[in-house]
Write a protein that binds this ligand. Structure first.
Ligand code: NDP
Ligand code: 2IT
Length: 449
C-alpha cells in the first residue's frame, strides 16, 4: 500500500490495471495522487463525487493511421494520437509531439499533466495532447509537409477553436504548425485559431516562440527570490536539450545575469566554460537543423562529450532540464547535489524521475515541477487564442508582461497551496493541488460526466 487514503490507493490500482504497460502514465498519475492525500482528507466530497476516479480517465482517446509518401515514392505508415483529457474548464489544449518514442503511455502522461498545468495558468483551457511516432530526423522539407498534411487530414475532424486547440511540442515548431494550419484551413474552409504557435503573418502571437524558456526563468527567478532571497545573478546554469525550450531558457537566464555552460541533444552535450554563445546555437539548431556537437567545432574553448546524461556531472548552481521525460535520474540528482546545486527548475515535462525529486526535496534543493515552471508556453498559447478571438495582436512587451505576471502568480498559488495543505515549500504538492482544485470545482458544478 503506497497511499494512506484507501480511495487514492483504489484509484491508482484501477489506473494501472486499466492501462497496462503504460509506465509513464502510471508515474505521472502516482505523483499527482500522492499530493492529494491532504485534499481527500479535508474534502470527502471529492470521493463521493468520484472526482479523482474521473480525472484519471481521459474523456476521449483517438488513435489513427497516418499514411504518407516519402521522397523515394515509398508509402510510409505512422500512428497518430490525440487524447482529450479534460474539458471542465475550457476547450482541450495541448501540444503535438513528433518523436519515435511516442505511444499511448507518453501521450496519456502528457495529456494528464496538461490538465493541471493549464488550470494553473488561470486561463480557460482544458487538457489535451497528441502526436505521432513519426521521426522528423533526416526528413526533407517535402516529407515533413506531406506528413503534417496527412496527419491533419484525420485530426481535423476532432479539433476546432472551441473544441480542441493543438500546438507544438518535441519535433513540432512553427514550420510544422504552418503546414498543419494550411491543411486544416483547406479542409474546413475556415480561417480560425485552431492551432497555436502559428507564424506571425497568420495569427501567431509574439513571444510564443520564446514563452516556455522565458516563463521557466521567470518562475525560477521568483522562486529564488521568495524562498532563498536570491536570483540568477552570478549563477552557473546547466541546461539540457537544445530545442525550443532550452534555447530561450538559455537566453533569459543569461539576460538575468547567469552563465549557462551546457546544452545537449540525445547524442551528447557541449560544455562552454565561457558561457554558451546563443547565436551559434541558434544558427546550428534553428537554421541548419544540425546537431549540438557542431557547437564545439565552431566555438573555441568549448568541448563536446558523447552521452547526454553526462550533462548532470557538470558543476552548477542551477539546473534546468529542458529535453525530455526521465532524463534526470536519482544517481544524476545525487551528483548535482554533491556538486552544490541550489535549485532545479523543470522546462521539459516530467524530466526528473521520482527518485531524483525525492533527493532534491530531502536535500533542500529548491525544486520547481514542470506543471508549474513550464506553463509559460501554454499560457502564451492561451494569449494567442485570446488575440485570435479578438482579431487583434498585442505587442511583444504586452505579451511578455502578461507572461511574467502569469508565471509569478503560478509560483505564489503553488506556494500558498503547499502551505495551506501542510508542507510549505513543497511545490510539487502545491502545484498539483492548486491546479486540481479549480478543475474539481468545475466538474462538481457541471454534473456527472
Ligand atoms: P524540441 O523538439 O525543440 O527540442 C527537444 C530537445 O530535447 C532536443 O535537443 C532533443 O535532442 C532533446 N531530446 C528529445 N528527446 C530526447 C531524448 N529521448 N533524450 C535526450 N534528449 C532528447 O522540443 P521542445 O524544446 O519544444 O521540448 C522540450 C521539452 O519541453 C519536452 O519535454 C516538451 O514536452 C517540453 N515543453 C515544451 C513546450 C513548448 O512550448 N515547446 C512547452 C512546455 C513543455 P534531439 O535533437 O537529439 O532529439
Ligand atoms: O507541454 C506543453 O505545455 C506544450 N507543449 C505547449 C502546449 C500548448 O498548447 O502551447
Amino acid at each position: 500500500m503506497s497511499f494512506k487514503s484507501a480511495y487514492l490507493q483504489r484509484v491508482y490500482e484501477d489506473v494501472v490495471k486499466r492501462n497496462p504497460a503504460e509506465p509513464e502514465f502510471h508515474q505521472a498519475v502516482k505523483e499527482v495522487l500522492e499530493s492529494f492525500e491532504p485534499v481527500v482528507a479535508k474534502y470527502p466530497e471529492y470521493e463521493t463525487n468520484g472526482i479523482i476516479d474521473r480525472i484519471v480517465e481521459p474523456e476521449r482517446f483517438v488513435q489513427f493511421r497516418v499514411a504518407w509518401v516519402d521522397d523515394a515514392g515509398k508509402i510510409q505508415v505512422n500512428r497518430g494520437f490525440r487524447v482529450q483529457f479534460n474539458s471542465a474548464i475550457g476547450p482541450y489544449k495541448g501540444g503535438l509531439r513528433l518523436h519515435p518514442s511516442v505511444c499511448s503511455s507518453v501521450i496519456k502522461f502528457l495529456g494528464f499533466e496538461q490538465c493541471f498545468k493549464n488550470s494553473l495558468t488561470g486561463l480557460p483551457m482544458g487538457g489535451g495532447k497528441g502526436g505521432s511516432d513519426f521521426d522528423p530526423k533526416g526528413k526533407s522539407d517535402g516529407e515533413i509537409m506531406r506528413f503534417c498534411q496527412a496527419f491533419m487530414t484525420e485530426l481535423y475532424r476532432h479539433i476546432g477553436p472551441d473544441t480542441d486547440v493543438p500546438a507544438g511540442d518535441i519535433g513540432v515548431g512553427a514550420r510544422e504548425i504552418g503546414y498543419m494550419f494550411g491543411q486544416y484551413k483547406r479542409i474546413r474552409n475556415e480561417y480560425v485559431g485552431v492551432l497555436t504557435g502559428k507564424g506571425l503573418t497568420f495569427g501567431g502571437s509574439l513571444v510564443r516562440t520564446q514563452a516556455t524558456g522565458y516563463g521557466l526563468c521567470y518562475f525560477a527567478d521568483e522562486m529564488l527570490k521568495c524562498m532563498k532571497n536570491d536570483s540568477f545573478k552570478g549563477k552557473t546554469v546547466v541546461i539540457s536539450g537544445s530545442g525550443n525550450v532550452a534555447i530561450y531558457a538559455c537566453q533569459k537566464a543569461t539576460e538575468l545575469g547567469a552563465k549557462v555552460v551546457t546544452m545537449s541533444d540525445s547524442n551528447g552535450y557541449v560544455y562552454d566554460p565561457n558561457g554558451i554563445n546563443l547565436d551559434v546555437v541558434k544558427q546550428i539548431k534553428e537554421v541548419e537543423r544540425g546537431r549540438i556537437k557542431e557547437y564545439a567545432q565552431r566555438v573555441s574553448g568549448a568541448e563536446y562529450f558523447d552521452g547526454c546524461g553526462g550533462v548532470w556531472s557538470v558543476k552548477c548552481d542551477i539546473a534546468l532540464p529542458c529535453a525530455t521525460q526521465n532524463e534526470l535520474n536519482g544517481e544524476q540528482a545525487q551528483t548535482l547535489i554533491n556538486n552544490g546545486v541550489m535549485a532545479v527548475a523543470e522546462g521539459a515535462n516530467m524530466p526528473s524521475t521520482p527518485e531524483a525529486i525525492e533527493l532534491f526535496q530531502k536535500n533542500n534543493v529548491l525544486f520547481a515541477p514542470a506543471k508549474a515552471s513550464n506553463a509559460g508556453g501554454v499560457a502564451t498559447s492561451g494569449l494567442e487564442m485570446c488575440q485570435n478571438s479578438m482579431r487583434y495582436s498585442w505587442t511583444f512587451e504586452e505579451v511578455d508582461a502578461k507572461l511574467k505576471d502569469i508565471m509569478v502568480n503560478i509560483f505564489h498559488n503553488a506556494y500558498n497551496a503547499s502551505k495551506e495543505f501542510g508542507d510549505e515549500g513543497n511545490l510539487v504538492m502545491g502545484a498539483n493541488i492548486a491546479g486540481f482544485m479549480k478543475i474539481a470545482e468545475a466538474m462538481k458544478a457541471q454534473g456527472v460526466f
